[in-house]
Design a protein around this ligand. Structure first.
Ligand code: PBG
Length: 312
């Protein structure tokens, strides 16, 4: 019997989504009669220790994953479960994304106390978000909004809606749904109004690239459509050298679970103040090619200059 150690951040969301993923892995291992058992190992990351500063100011990619990847490479854990959108484009050598489980809702969600949608919010409404991507797109859609910084775990952010007297906050629908807090969502934001972050709603289950036993287990949990959509989005992210410090979004879907199904994607790069929002779309059966075409079209439209400005 091999004991598989599963590393995860300690936030309520990370623990919940890791627990849910682990339950499925255990069931799949049982069904296949694999001689495995599992143990959860909570790990504190740099991102968790600096929740009091604006993440976009801290800089550095992979704030939430680095320590966990080190534990994988050091053999202290065998599997790591991350939110895909926290994953930098490049993995350390020796590590692999073993699978992408079925994706949760990729959209952003609006939470407020009056059930307002983006259109109904009052003029000058104060909106809480610390995401440059959300701020830029909301400001473009509603230049009258006043965007206020909002940091912390989901429960902290929900509390701040009231304690800071905000008119609304914007969160990933996926996090709220995984926590069972769907009832707090007052409106889903159409990706046309606010394109989600690359990988939003998806998980990345990471392991050592040499650990065949774990790779075989993880393959059982892979969702082909989600994995191919995320591959297109991450190719786009890699080519634009994005991270959470820049206003970049992308959303891809695969037409079916077939390994050659058409993948369609829209990508977005914005000026931080929303004064300019560039978008491009492409589709095809090679996810990397789709991601590359969208990135190249946006670079042709001047995405480079917007990103350089946002990074200053
Ligand atoms: N930025 C932090 C983060 N990373 C992953 C999620 C949850 C949603 C997901 O898995 O995509 C969140 C919270 C949020 O953006 O509201």
């Amino acid at each position: 019997m091999r004991r598989i150690k599963v590393g995860t951040r300690q936030s309520a969301l990370a623990m919940t989504q890791s627990g849910q993923t682990l339950d499925t892995l255990k069931r799949l291992a049982d069904e296949a009669k694999l001689p495995l058992d599992f143990e959860v190992v909570p790990i504190v990351t740099r991102g968790d220790r600096i929740l009091d500063v604006t993440l976009s100011k801290v800089g550095g990619k992979g704030l939430f994953v680095k320590e966990i990847e080190e534990a994988l490479l050091g053999g202290e854990i065998d599997i790591a479960i991350h939110s895909m959108k926290d994953m930098p484009f490049e993995l350390p050598s020796g590590l692999a994304i073993g699978c992408v489980p079925p994706r949760e809702d990729p959209r952003d969600a609006l939470v407020n106390l009056t059930s307002s949608t983006l259109s109904d919010l009052p003029p000058g409404a104060r909106i809480g978000t610390s995401s440059l991507r959300r701020a830029a797109q909301l400001q473009s859609r509603r230049p009258d909004f006043r965007i206020e910084s909002l940091r912390g775990n989901i429960d902290t952010r929900l509390r701040k809606l009231e304690s800071e007297g905000l008119d609304a906050i914007v969160l990933a629908a996926a996090g709220l749904k995984r926590m069972g807090w769907n009832d707090r969502i007052t409106a889903f934001i159409d990706p046309e109004d606010c394109l989600p972050a690359v990988g939003q709603g998806a998980l990345a289950v990471e392991c050592r690239a040499s650990d065949q036993e774990v790779l075989d287990l993880l393959a059982r949990l892979n969702d082909t459509a989600a994995a191919r959509a995320v591959a297109a989005e991450r190719t786009f992210l890699g080519l634009l050298n994005g991270g959470c410090q820049v206003p970049i979004g992308a959303y891809a879907t695969a037409a079916s679970a077939a390994p050659d199904a058409v993948v369609s994607m829209t990508g977005m790069v914005a000026a931080a103040d929303g004064s300019s929002v560039l978008k491009a779309s492409a589709s095809g059966s090679d996810p990397a090619e789709v991601g590359r075409r969208v990135a190249e079209e946006l670079l042709g439209k001047g995405a480079d200059a917007l990103l350089a400005e946002a990074r200053e």
